[in-house]
Design a protein around this ligand. Structure first.
Ligand SMILES: Nc1nc2c(c(=O)[nH]1)N[C@@H](CN(C=O)c1ccc(C(=O)N[C@@H](CCC(=O)O)C(=O)O)cc1)CN2
Length: 301
């Protein structure tokens, strides 16, 4: 239970799984409408290089989500030792395919490849992961909007909005500055009129900075880094961390945990996302949403 004047803990949880399920149902309806009107559904190409078990799992989840939403998915699996040029050629082929409206290259790529070069090869109009340098550039510019926004940080913003959090004028702290999450999350919060501070590995006193935050997005990739005493009473906490930690009670010997010390943080926070079941499911819902937008732009024009 929450403390004095605080709501019960169960009411503080932002249920990302449920919100993502609602969004996926909405997308399914819109895809069906598009197909009924124009006879064509959006198509997503999923490119995976190598056999990392986590990437295989995410790609399987993405394909299943496409199937359920009525989005056509094209799958390209490539061996770990293929060349960067092989991957670039696959991207070029999908760029030229009129049935494919979105292309995603699952990250990370093998070490011998230049990720930025591969991502920059994806046609701007099909960049449903939102990682193309021009899309990121537009995200950082006042008065400009990117065609697509990266799925995980977009999922964080949608979670906040669907949970009724008014972001205007709020102090937001992003913990982590990765290209995939931290940096675009900070830019998106700024576009929502937050005052944004980014805390990273060289920040002098991250706890002190976090304690001033109305909203924290934790995306440092470090299990339980954000402690209860980093959190202002009543703050809203979005935990992007997906850290695998040993757990003898699990069949796999591991469990997934976030960047926030959830059991303690929930006592101070007004709202908080769990891990799993928070931001993760939103990543896939936002990928479908971006693919629908891309399909609609192309099919309805
Ligand atoms: N091309 C991309 N590569 C990667 C991205 C991305 O957005 N685009 N993000 C991550 C991985 N990712 C999707 O690719 C992803 C991560 C987590 C989840 C998710 O639903 N997690 C669940 C738990 C699932 C489990 O039990 O393993 C949760 O948090 O509840 C979905 C997608 C890196 N690569």
């Amino acid at each position: 239970m929450g403390g004095k004047n605080s709501k019960p803990e169960a009411e503080k949880i932002i249920d990302g799984k449920a919100i993502a399920a609602t969004i996926r149902e909405e997308i399914k309806v819109e895809v069906a409408e598009l197909k009924a009107k124009y006879g064509k559904a959006p198509g997503l190409a999923v490119v995976i290089v190598g056999n990392r078990p986590d990437s295989q799992t995410y790609v399987r989840m993405k394909r299943k989500a496409c199937d359920e939403a009525g989005i056509v998915s094209f799958h390209k699996e490539m061996p770990e030792d293929c060349s960067e040029e092989d991957v670039l050629q696959v991207v070029r082929d999908f760029n030229a395919d009129p049935d494919c409206h979105g292309i995603l290259v699952q990250l990370p790529l093998p070490k011998h490849m230049n990720e930025e070069k591969v991502l920059a090869e994806i046609s701007l109009e099909k960049d449903v992961d939102g990682f193309h340098p021009l899309n990121i550039g537009k995200l950082s510019m006042k008065g400009h909007e990117p065609l697509f926004m990266p799925c995980t940080p977009k999922g964080c913003i949608v979670l906040l909005e669907r949970s009724g959090v008014d972001l205007k004028g709020k102090n937001a702290v992003v913990v982590g500055r990765s290209n995939i999450v931290g940096m675009p999350a900070a830019l998106m919060l700024m576009k929502k009129d937050c005052t944004v501070t980014v805390v990273h590995s060289r920040t002098k006193d991250p706890a002190d900075i976090c304690r001033r935050a109305d909203v924290i997005i934790a995306a440092a990739g470090s299990a339980h880094m954000v402690k209860k005493n980093w959190i202002k009473k009543g703050a809203v906490i979005i935990d992007v961390g997906t850290n695998s930690v040993p757990d003898a009670t699990k069949k796999s010997g591991f469990r997934l945990t976030g960047d926030v010390d959830y059991d303690e943080a929930i006592k101070r926070a007004d709202m908080i996302t769990p891990v799993p079941g928070g931001v993760g499911p939103m990543t896939i819902a936002m990928l479908l949403s971006n693919t629908l937008d891309s399909g609609r732009r192309s099919i309805a024009n």
